[in-house]
Every structure is written in C-alpha cells, then in structure tokens.
Design a protein. Structure first.
Length: 202
C-alpha cells in the first residue's frame, strides 16, 4: 500500500518531532496516520525459498511474512470503523477457496507479487467501491505484495526465475475477509485486524 505525497510529508514531520519526544508521545502522533482497508490474509508454503531464490537478483524490501495480504479495497480515513462494520457484510459474498498460483511483476511501481485469479473478488471490489464512492482500480488484480523492488541486478536471471514461478502453486488465501488498520511507525507498517467479515465456502 502506498503513502501519498501529503502523507509522506506528514510522516517526515512526525518523525522529526519523534526525535524530540519520548516514545509514548511518538506512538500518539503516528496513530494519526492509521488507515483502514479490507483484505484477505495469505499464507505462502515456502516464503524463505522465494526470498533465497531472488536474493542476488533483486534489491529491495521484502514484506514481513505476518503482513502478507490481498487488499480488496482501501478506505483510508474516509469511513469510520462503525460504518464499515455495519455496511460491508451486506455486500461481501462467500467465495470459493483460493490459491496463490503464480509470481508476477508490476513494471510501473516495481512490485514483485503473488497472484490469484478470482472473478468473485473482482466483483466484490467493484461493488464496495460503488457503495462507498471509492475510485475503482481500472484493472483490479488480486495480489499479495512480496517485495518493493529498488533494482533488478540481473535482468536475464530475473526473467528465468519468473518463468519457473509461472503457474506454480505457492500457497493459500484465508477463508474470511478482514477489516484491517495500518499503523505507521518508523520501522515500518503494523497491521491490526479490527474484525473478520464473512466466511468463504468450505
């Protein structure tokens, strides 16, 4: 999930204030940056192997395993928790069990990700965006961000690795949606589950 220009500026201001205050005050300041989103948690069968395979080929920041998820809709601060909890269950339908089936790469923002294919998730994304008047992603691809890439050190080796991970089973997707909250701290984002919403088909 990206942080906009204004949020990055605010975060820099907050960090400069933090150096002048005790930690308990910095926690209060950074809670201003909390963000809400709907997600599905994912579980990779062997994340360590993926990271090892790409270790010398890519330079960047891996997503901590406990933070891996698929973002369905991002609400930011536009809706209250109470509003989301009262309205989301009306538009979230059960979905069949999903699997992570391939690695892919977003060229425009340099993200290595694991993806799943689901028309149900795409429709849920559209319905919720309409319900809350949120701008829809033109081509919504359900995915879990694995790495924000700074540099591809060996393009040929990267292409070879990507071909080995094409249409390869990587892991599973949780069976329930979660309303989550992102807390920004100097050492990175921390995700908190506010509530689970709906259950997938067994």
């Amino acid at each position: 999930m990206t942080v906009g220009y204004e949020n990055r500026w605010l975060f820099c201001v907050h960090r400069s204030i933090i150096h002048k205050r005790e930690l308990k005050h910095s926690d209060d300041i950074l809670k201003i940056m909390n963000r809400l989103f709907l997600a599905l948690k994912v579980h990779l069968d062997n994340y360590k192997t993926i990271k090892s395979d790409f270790a010398n080929t890519l330079t960047g920041k891996w997503t901590p395993e406990e933070n891996l998820h698929i973002t369905i809709c991002y609400f930011g601060n536009t809706c209250s928790v109470e509003e989301l909890l009262s309205r989301l269950p009306l538009f979230i339908k059960s979905i069949p069990p999903l699997k992570l089936e391939s690695l892919d790469y977003f060229m425009h923002n340099k993200i290595l990700y694991a993806k799943t294919t689901s028309k149900e998730l795409q429709q849920i994304h559209v319905n919720i965006c309409r319900l809350f008047n949120i701008k829809q992603i033109k081509s919504f691809i359900p995915h879990a961000t694995l790495m924000r890439v700074k540099k591809i050190n060996d393009v040929k080796k990267f292409q070879q690795l990507m071909s080995t991970y094409k249409e390869k089973y990587l892991g599973s997707v949780d069976t329930s949606f979660q309303l989550m909250q992102s807390h920004l701290y100097p050492d990175g984002a921390k995700y908190e589950c506010i509530a689970k919403i709906g259950e997938a088909q067994k």
